[in-house]
Design a protein around this ligand. Structure first.
Ligand SMILES: *Cc1c(COP(=O)(O)O)cnc(C)c1O
Length: 499
C-alpha cells in the first residue's frame, strides 16, 4: 500500500518513473545511467536527545525506516540484526575516539576493517529481502568495481548468500598489498575476483557500461540472471551510511561533549562522494551539522570543483598512499548536482553527458550558492605522512592514510576560518589495512620489513590487537588469479556466467 508517507525513488537523469525503495535497491543503477534518489529527504521523527540510550541497531532502525518505507518493521529489524552483530569487534559498532581536539568516528570495526562494512554488512540482507518482496525469480549477479575496500567488503557480505553471485573488478596495480590479498583469498563458491589493467575509473566505467548494455540484459534474463550493484551508486548503500552521523551526534550528546542543538562539523576523506553525501542527508534530516568538509588526496577534482564550480576530470590520475580515494569521477556527486539543479533531471543529464563527452562541466552560479555548507581541500602525500607521525607522537593514536588526509584538511580548514566547532572526522579504515604506508610515515626504519612483520610491529606501537581480518589472510591460499584488459570486462562476465 502506498501512502502519503511513502518515499519513492527516481533516476537523477529521468524522473518520470518513480519506484519503491526495494526496487531501487534491486536495480542498483537506473537504465538511463542515472542514480536513484529519494523524492524528498525525510526529517527525523524524534528528538536526538531522546535517542541517547539507544543502541547502534536501534538508531539504524530509526533512520532507515524513514527511507525504506516499503520494508515492514519486521523485515528491516531482521536485516539490521543480521548485519550489525558479532562480525563487528565492538558492541558500539562505530566508536568515537577523541584525539588532539577532534573526534574520530571509527567506521572500521567490521569484518574487512574499512568503512565499507558499515553498508555492505546490510546490503545483502536488504537485497535478498527486496528480491522476495518483488517475487524475483532470477539469480542476482552483483557486479562491483572497487578501489580496494568495497571489493572485499562486498565479497564478505555476499559470499555464499543463496541466490546471488558476486563479481569484483579491481585495478591490478592500484590497491595496497593487504587489500589485494584480502580479495584474492576470498572463499565462497559464488565469488569471483578479477584484476584489470587499468585504474579505478576504468573499472567503474566498465561496470556502468555493462549495466546499460540492453542486449546483454536480455541474454542474462533468458538464462535466469539479473544484475545489481554493490557500489555506492546503490541507494541501499547510501541509506545505512546516514545512520552513523546520527549515531555520532547522539554519542557526543550522551557523553556531554556537545550541547543539544549545538552544531558540529564533519570531515570526510572522499573518493566516490558516497560517505560525505550521507552526511549531507543526515544534515538535511535535522542533525545539527554546520560544515561538510570534503577532504581529497592529490586526485583533487572535488577540491577544484568546490573552489571553481567546474568539475574537470581531464588530468593525470595519481596513485597515492590512500588508494581508496584515487578517483577522478566521483559518482555520487551526481546526486548532489541533481539536487542543486532544483531536482531537475534534464539539466543534470546535460551535465553528465558533458562529463562523459568532454570530461568536464561547469555548474551555474545559482547552483554554486547552494554549496555554501561544503568546504573542500586536499592533502599531499608528505602532509599525510607527517600527520600520521605527528598525531602518533603527540597522542599515541595511530590513524590510517585516508583518515590522515581528512585530519590534514581539518586543520587547514580551522586555520583558514578560525571555526573551532566540535569536529567529527570519519575514520574510514584501520591502520592495519595500510600498514606499510602507515609504518613508513612513523619511521623510515620499517622500510625493510615484510608486510606481516609490520603488522606485528604496528600492533605493538598502537597497543591494539591485530584484527581478525588480518590474521585470516596471513596464511590464506590465493584462490583468484584472473586478470583482464579494461575492454574485456564484459567477456569476463559472460565467461563466468557461461552465457
Ligand atoms: C571508499 C573509501 C573512501 C572514500 O569513500 P567515498 O564514499 O567513496 O567517498 C575513503 N576511505 C576509505 C578507507 C575507503 O575505503
Amino acid at each position: 500500500m502506498v501512502t502519503g508517507m511513502d518515499i519513492l525513488y527516481s533516476s537523477t537523469r529521468n524522473d518520470e518513473k518513480r519506484i519503491p525503495a526495494s526496487q531501487a535497491i534491486l536495480k542498483g543503477l537506473s537504465e538511463d545511467g542515472g542514480l536513484f534518489v529519494p523524492d524528498r529527504i525525510p526529517e527525523l521523527d524524534r528528538p536526538l536527545k531522546d535517542m541517547t540510550d539507544m543502541s547502534y541497531q536501534e538508531i539504524a532502525y530509526e533512520v532507515m525506516k524513514l527511507y525504506l518505507t516499503d520494508f515492514t518493521e519486521e523485515e528491516l529489524k531482521n536485516c539490521i540484526g543480521r548485519a550489525y552483530d558479532s562480525k563487528f569487534d565492538t558492541e558500539e559498532i562505530a566508536p568515537l575516539a577523541e584525539a588532539d581536539h577532534a573526534y574520530y568516528l571509527e567506521l572500521f570495526h567490521g569484518a574487512t576493517i574499512a568503512f565499507k562494512d558499515m553498508a555492505l554488512s546490510i546490503l545483502p540482507h536488504l537485497m535478498i529481502t527486496a528480491a522476495k518482496k518483488n517475487h524475483v525469480e532470477e539469480e542476482i549477479v552483483i557486479l562491483t568495481a572497487t578501489s580496494g575496500d568495497t571489493g572485499k567488503a562486498a565479497l564478505a557480505g555476499f559470499a555464499d548468500v543463496e541466490g546471488t553471485k558476486i563479481i569484483v573488478f579491481y585495478p591490478k596495480n592500484g590497491v595496497s598489498p593487504i587489500q589485494e590479498k584480502q580479495m584474492v583469498t576470498q572463499k565462497g563458491k559464488n565469488t569471483f575476483v578479477i584484476g584489470i589493467h587499468g585504474n579505478f575509473d576504468d573499472a567503474q566505467t566498465g561496470v556502468k557500461n555493462i549495466f546499460s548494455d540492453r542486449e546483454l540484459e536480455e541474454k542474462m534474463l533468458g538464462k535466469g540472471f539479473r544484475f545489481s550493484s554493490a557500489n555506492s551508486i546503490n541507494i541501499g548503500r547510501l541509506v545505512p551510511q546516514i545512520v552513523y552521523y546520527v549515531y555520532a551526534y547522539v554519542k557526543l550528546l550522551q557523553h556531554g561533549k556537545i550541547d543539544d542543538g549545538e552544531e558540529m562539523n564533519v570531515v570526510v576523506p572522499t573518493g566516490n562522494f558516497g560517505n560525505i553525501l550521507a552526511a549531507f542527508y543526515a544534515k538535511n534530516m535535522g542533525v545539527p551539522i554546520a560544515k561538510l568538509i570534503c577532504a581529497s588526496n592529490e586526485n583533487k577534482v572535488l577540491y577544484d570543483f568546490f573552489r571553481t564550480g567546474s568539475y574537470d576530470r581531464n588530468r593525470e590520475f595519481v596513485l597515492t598512499s590512500s588508494p581508496s580515494m584515487d578517483i577522478l569521477i566521483s559518482s555520487n556527486l551526481e546526486r548532489l548536482i541533481y539536487r542543486i539543479a532544483g531536482n531537475d533531471a534534464r539539466k543534470n543529464a546535460e551535465f553528465m553527458a558533458a562529463l562523459s563527452q568532454d570530461g568536464e562541466y561547469r555548474i551555474t552560479e545559482e547552483m554554486g550558492t547552494q554549496l555554501k555548507d561544503f568546504y573542500g581541500n586536499y592533502a599531499g602525500e608528505q602532509e599525510t605522512a607527517d600527520r600520521i607521525r605527528e598525531l602518533y607522537e603527540k597522542t599515541g593514536y595511530i590513524i590510517d592514510t585516508h583518515t590522515a588526509v581528512a585530519s590534514v584538511v581539518c586543520r587547514k580548514y580551522q586555520e583558514e576560518t578560525g571555526d573551532m566547532r566540535k569536529t567529527v572526522i570519519a575514520s574510514t579504515a584501520s591502520p592495519f589495512k595500510f600498514t606499510r604506508s602507515v609504518m613508513n610515515a612513523i619511521d623510515s626504519k620499517y622500510d625493510s620489513m615484510t608486510d606481516f612483520e609490520l603488522v606485528d610491529e604496528l600492533s605493538g606501537l598502537a597497543n591494539v590487537k591485530v584484527p581478525n581480518a588480518i590474521e585470516e589472510i596471513r596464511t590464506a591460499a590465493v584462490l583468484h588469479h584472473t586478470v583482464c584488459e579494461k575492454d574485456e570486462m564484459k567477456e569476463a562476465v559472460e565467461k563466468i556466467l557461461g552465457i
